[in-house]
Design a protein around this ligand. Structure first.
Ligand SMILES: [Zn+2]
Ligand SMILES: [Zn+2]
Length: 280
């Protein structure tokens, strides 16, 4: 494949500042080394990590709250994922309002629609998405949106709610038409390790067209490890986001440092992480 990541060579470049805009560090895969994983990421030049907690699992919220308390640039979000949409109860929405009121979360998410796995009926997914978009609007938080084969319905829901709070369409895998509709609605577009996969040529073509000031990179850890870490059962982690950034830089004909600087600035515009917390 032509986009051989040169990223690993520059991994210890002290000038490199990257953000992982989406990592599930709450997952049991990180139970043994959660804080150590964050330290490894920081050592590799990652300066902030956004972690979406699963509102239906107390252990998830606690794990992310613990990390945020220890590391001020680990930012928390919370929401009920499309997969768990059928379990959404009014108490979850109250929980979300409470977390927002306490300043414990910076975004509502991840929320959205997944018509690939269909773990919850599509109708339940659309209802959960709509209800949580409404809470985001009410609490004035941006949203972290998941979409799998559901771009048109995502846009219909955003328009149906009149939601104008923006946020991130994470792990983008859809076409340019969906990307541009989301950009028009104030969303930034985040690319995961899928971008490094040999067969992702169409996605790389979309990534080449997103305006530089609206681009983000993420790992979606522990899933979707980028090339060259990809492999059966291989755990992904935030330190590896440099590989996705390397491919994105190559696709756009930019030096990795310029791509890192732009994506980190975009993230900081959405979530001004360096002005929060005492330790950074
Ligand atoms: Zn997702
Ligand atoms: Zn996710």
């Amino acid at each position: 494949m032509m986009f051989r990541p040169s990223a690993a060579e520059t991994m210890n470049d002290p000038k490199l500042r990257l953000v992982d805009s989406h990592a599930h560090l709450d997952m049991p895969e990180f139970d043994a080394d959660r804080a150590e994983t964050v330290r490894r990421a920081f050592a590799a030049g990652i300066v902030a990590i956004l972690c979406p907690a699963d509102l239906t699992r107390e252990a998830s919220l606690l794990a992310i709250a613990g990390l945020s308390a220890e590391f001020p640039t680990v930012l928390a979000a919370a929401g009920v994922h499309a997969h768990q949409a059928k379990d959404l109860a009014p108490g979850h929405l109250d929980g979300l309002r409470d977390l927002a009121a306490r300043g414990a979360i910076r975004a509502v998410g991840e929320i959205g629609l997944d018509y690939h796995y269909d773990f919850s009926p599509p109708e339940a997914q659309r209802e959960a998405f709509r209800l949580q978009l409404a809470v985001a609007a009410e609490t004035r938080l941006p949203v972290i949106v998941h979409s799998r084969l559901a771009g048109k319905d995502i846009i219909a829901a955003i328009d149906g709610q009149g939601f104008r709070g923006g946020g991130i369409l994470h792990c983008f895998t859809e076409d340019w038409e969906i990307a541009s509709a989301l950009l028009d609605r104030g969303f930034d577009v985040s690319f995961s390790g899928i971008l490094t996969f040999p067969k992702a040529g169409d996605l790389r073509a979309v990534a080449a067209k997103v305006p530089l000031d609206r681009l983000l990179v993420e790992t979606d850890s522990p899933y979707l490890a980028p090339v060259p870490y990809r492999g059966a059962g291989r755990r992904n982690e935030p330190a590896y986001v440099v590989e996705t950034a390397g491919v994105l830089a190559a696709v756009r004909g930019l030096p990795l440092e310029a791509l890192a600087e732009a994506t980190t600035a975009n993230f900081a515009r959405l979530f001004p992480f360096e002005k929060t917390g005492a330790g950074c």
